[in-house]
Unconditional design. Structure first.
Length: 312
């Protein structure tokens, strides 16, 4: 990532200094950010700073990158968490119902829902929601985190909905939640479609297993067999999709946050890319990579609960 950011054509010093800067000012800025040193030396210095927990200083905001990430990451985490809950509430129930009512109308509806969700690009869906739900119908706001006439809730976690609940600020909670619905639905739709297809496939295969047929032969109700004997093994592969989707949601917010003017880590990184802010780009990449690795570890641990055979 260090090499990729530095080989992109452009001069970050010129962006920071402006068009009227003299050579002395440009040299001073280059020395401040270490751009006056050879690229291998810059890399060694950067790695040394990372080891000590220093992600560098942003060219755009002039703040420490770690401070900027701490300000913007909770915004994206809140959006991703809301999208993740929507994805589970939509994908898993529809996948189960589709598998247990195969070739019925609900199965046809679920498959059509999944096909549309996988086919439509997220940025196009986001633009449609902005036009139809936001501008034409006027049901929901299409930008920002909260109504500009309202004061944000007292900062505790940096997540407006959670902070509003903790402080009892109901107007702020209602406004922040309404601002989050459209971007969250956009993120959740495609991923819920993938989850739906996975749950339907694994659930259909599990219902054909011998132990499920044996349970039915003993006279157990269809509902009991489906939700006690078949559901848990069928969800094991879906957990992998959930863990990976949670990581993908973090990266998919980049375009969505730009369209909905949502001030999260995605929009912060997009602004950093425009001004060739090397430190910010690499800092965000490093943090998101660590999050993705941790999520994969959580998925592996969750497997031992859903499928005890993994422990052996």
């Amino acid at each position: 990532m260090f090499v990729l950011t530095h080989v992109v054509p452009g001069d970050p010093v010129a962006f920071v200094a402006g068009p009227f800067a003299n050579p002395q000012m440009r040299a001073q800025i280059a020395a401040e950010y270490g751009f006056d040193k050879p690229l291998p030396d810059q890399f060694v210095i950067y790695v040394g700073k990372i080891v000590s927990g220093d992600l560098g200083k942003s060219l755009c905001t002039r703040n420490d990158v770690s401070w900027d990430i701490a300000q913007h990451l909770p915004v994206t985490v809140e959006l991703v968490a809301f999208s993740f809950v929507l994805m589970i509430l939509i994908g898993i129930p529809l996948g189960i119902v589709s598998a247990t009512h195969k070739d019925e109308w609900v199965d046809h509806f679920s498959r059509l829902f999944a096909l549309e969700g996988i086919s439509i690009p997220q940025f196009y869906l986001a633009i449609l929601l902005v036009l139809v739900v936001g501008y034409w119908l006027g049901w929901l706001p299409t930008g920002g985190r909260i109504d500009y006439l309202l004061e944000p809730p007292a900062k505790i976690t940096g997540m407006y909905t959670l902070d509003s609940l903790l402080t009892g600020n109901w107007p702020a909670f209602e406004s922040s939640l309404s601002h989050m619905i459209l971007p969250a639905v956009t993120l959740a739709y495609t991923n819920s479609a993938i989850l739906l297809r996975m749950v339907r496939s694994t659930m259909s295969e599990t219902l054909l297993e011998d132990y499920v047929s044996t349970a039915k032969a003993y006279g157990m109700s269809r509902r009991y067999v489906n939700y006690v004997y078949a559901l848990k093994p069928a969800l094991a592969p879906a957990v992998t999709i959930l863990g990976l989707n949670l990581g993908w949601l973090m990266s998919e917010t980049f375009i969505i946050e730009i369209i909905f003017d949502y001030p999260g880590i995605g929009k912060y990184t997009a602004n950093a890319i425009q001004c060739l802010d090397y430190q910010a780009i690499m800092g965000v990449t490093l943090v998101l990579s660590i999050i993705f690795i941790v999520l994969n570890l959580v998925v592996d641990v969750a497997y031992t609960y859903l499928d005890p055979r993994v422990r052996y």
